[in-house]
Design a binder for this molecule. Structure first.
Ligand code: DQA
Length: 148
């Protein structure tokens, strides 16, 4: 049986590759998709999406609840202030699902406003600061949880 992993990316992450390459690197989202497809354990299917729209991201989390899909979420700037996104993330984890919060950069090493995450308290776990490897590590953790 295939398990679909939703890899959800918030605002401005569609600009990866050209956006602040010193912080986020030179690779774009299609490169991230290819990396995750190559790294996915047998039985895991990658469904990578990006939106700048808070409501769309919330809708995708509702979909994860309804389909029981594990989630890798980079909430981008919504991390720091979106209680609506937090409540949607809580729906996933309180339903027994897995949601891993990821960040390309290490927000704790950056500006003060990035030190707060309103998502972390309802996430299954958090991986930050390892570039695209943050997603690879999150994917590995999901594979291990499913196998356990
Ligand atoms: C980010 C960190 C956030 O602070 C920022 O707003 C982003 C990207 C990261 O992946 O490092 O857009 O989530």
């Amino acid at each position: 049986m295939m398990t679909r992993v939703l890899v959800l990316n918030g605002p401005n992450l569609g600009r990866l590759g050209s956006r602040e390459p010193d912080v986020y690197g030179h690779q774009d989202l299609p490169a991230l998709r290819a990396l995750l497809e190559a790294e996915a354990a047998a039985g895991l299917e990658i469904d990578l999406r990006q939106t700048d729209d808070e409501g769309e991201l919330i809708g995708w989390l509702h979909e994860a609840v309804d389909t029981g899909s594990p989630v890798i979420l980079n909430p981008a700037a919504f991390t720091h202030y979106s209680y609506a996104l937090r409540d949607a993330a809580a729906l996933v984890t309180t339903a027994g699902g897995t949601l891993v919060e990821v960040h390309i950069s290490n927000p704790h090493a950056r500006e003060e406003f990035r030190h707060t995450s309103v998502i972390s308290g309802v996430a299954s776990g958090v991986v930050a600061g390892f570039g695209f490897d943050s997603y690879v590590l999150a994917l590995a953790s999901i594979g291990r949880r499913l196998a356990a």
